[in-house]
Design a protein around this ligand. Structure first.
Ligand SMILES: Nc1nc2c(ncn2[C@@H]2O[C@H](COP(=O)(O)OP(=O)(O)OP(=O)(O)O)[C@@H](O)[C@H]2O)c(=O)[nH]1
Ligand SMILES: [Mg+2]
Length: 456
């Protein structure tokens, strides 16, 4: 961290481009190519001036751009180091030129995520907060934004700190028991109390780990498979939901041969709709492969929309219910604009929770969207909610849970305190991996920050 790094922080193509610099020589290096001296600049100020290139042969100064430079002095900057941001015009030529000049004067091109890595190493944020920065940049809807923001603001970290405190209390109670075990007159925390506290801790960890499934669904979009017989209007429904001509629609049975997917947001949550090949008996090899994919799509889905235009047989209903075990199955009767009224009421009376729509005429789609949103069963998120979205965090929580479970088993078997402290210590260390409180090996850090963009 002794060197000074620079990188373009904005995506190409905009009217402005921002170049970031951070490190002990940030102001000194920048002053060499800027028309104003920055070494005596006030912190948290913006200076107007020109980036210039000095030609030593002709002794001529060429103006590269008219810029604004924001100045942040250590430790009051994002990285905790002396830093500056140069707002240039968004020309690719200008931005490359300014970067080249910075590098020629002693900066090094930053690696992906290196600014945030420095912020973490300088104690500006913990590791889970640093990871939230990448999630925030990648957020695409209200829910992913809210989860990343809550993590960045330290909600997850503070829950982990709370767990840590409880674990330390447990450890000290057990150690006390060990140190004074031969003093019969001393009163120790009774083991029932210890067991209660351990179970509370484990429940908390379990709940955090459980939120990962929801977190994954929110992050990647909740998979919704649209299935049914051929020609019932599955592709028409996909197109109607997307308000786009995404899937081919025709009155020929077996039009869709492969899965086709796209996303829409409902109430700030992303849903991934998957149109599938219609289910029917076929001798066509390719169509059969498509139908196999339909069954795979059902397996992967969290919600299944089963489109019908006639009453399914009991065995069809049973088959679909078995395939959809543990998922939400929504039965939808399509083409209500066309079906005779008596057929609609006949279907409704035989199939519970039937949603009636016309995909072609866009009738009933608002109700359907509301039902889909409800079926997703996403908790209404508040700013303080913690939802685990990161696989590394989930992995650590599961391991911590296993250690605590061993403590619970040990307490129930009346094992001695020294046997239990080992597992407690392990749980503490594992939880500390999440925030990076434990010394984090370089390769783990490298893995985390490699996925960041350059300039962040
Ligand atoms: N009247 C009416 N026709 C519809 C409706 N929805 C779909 N259709 C028609 O039904 C036919 C089949 O529609 P598709 O969306 O291609 O059906 P599919 O389920 O995707 O069929 P496959 O891909 O073959 O499995 C087309 O002619 C659509 O215009 C509807 O709500 N009302
Ligand atoms: Mg289709």
């Amino acid at each position: 961290m002794n060197d000074t790094i620079c990188a373009l922080a904005t995506a190409p193509g905009g009217a402005l481009g921002i170049i970031r610099i951070s490190g002990p020589q940030a102001f000194e290096i920048l002053s060499r190519i800027f028309t104003r001296n920055l070494t005596d600049a006030q912190p948290n100020t913006i200076r107007y001036g020109h980036i210039v290139e000095y030609d030593t042969v002709s002794q001529h100064q060429e103006v590269i751009d008219e810029v604004l430079v924001s100045i942040f002095q250590a430790p009051h900057s994002y990285t905790g180091e002396d830093s500056a941001e140069i707002s240039c015009h968004g020309s690719r030529f200008i931005l490359n030129k300014v970067l080249a000049l910075l590098i020629a004067n002693g900066c090094r091109q930053a690696n992906p995520g290196e600014f945030t890595q420095r912020a973490y190493l300088n104690g500006k944020m913990d590791l889970s907060q640093a990871e939230a920065v990448a999630d925030l940049i990648a957020s695409t809807n209200k829910a992913t934004h809210q989860i990343a923001m809550s993590q960045l603001r330290g909600q997850f970290s503070s829950q982990l700190a709370q767990l840590r405190e409880q674990l330390l209390k447990l450890t000290s109670l057990l150690e006390l028991e060990l140190d004074f075990s031969d003093h019969e007159d001393l009163e120790f925390a009774d083991r029932c109390e210890l067991l209660k506290l351990t179970k509370t801790i484990n429940n908390h960890i379990t709940n955090l780990a459980k939120s990962f499934e929801t977190g994954q669904a929110i992050k990647h979009g909740i998979p919704v498979a649209i299935v049914g017989k051929t020609n019932v209007g599955k592709s028409t429904l996909l197109n109607a939901l997307l308000k786009d001509d995404r899937s081919i629609v025709s009155d020929i049975h077996g039009t869709t041969r492969d899965t086709i997917e796209d996303t829409i947001d409902i109430n700030g949550i992303t849903f991934r709709f998957i149109d599938t090949a219609g289910i029917r008996q076929t001798t066509d090899t390719i169509e059969q492969i498509g139908i196999d994919r339909t069954y795979q799509a059902i397996e992967k889905a969290r919600i299944v929309l089963w489109l019908i235009d006639a009453k399914p047989s009991d065995s069809e209903i049973q088959d679909m219910q078995e395939r959809c075990e543990g998922k939400s199955l929504i039965i939808i009767q399509n083409k209500i604009d066309k079906l005779p009224q008596e057929q609609i009421s006949h279907l409704s009376s035989q199939t519970s929770h039937l949603i009636k729509i016309s995909a072609k005429k866009s009738i009933g789609l608002d109700t359907l969207e509301a039902v889909i949103y409800k079926a997703a069963d996403i908790p209404t998120l508040t700013d303080s909610d913690v939802i685990v979205t990161n696989a590394r965090h989930f992995d650590a929580l599961v391991r911590a849970h296993d250690s605590i479970q061993r403590v619970i088993d040990g307490l129930q078997m009346q094992l001695s305190g020294d046997l239990l402290s080992e597992d407690l210590r392990q749980a503490l260390d594992t939880l500390a991996e999440i925030t990076g409180g434990q010394i984090t090996p370089n390769e783990v850090l490298g893995n985390i920050f490699r996925h960041f963009c350059v300039g962040k």
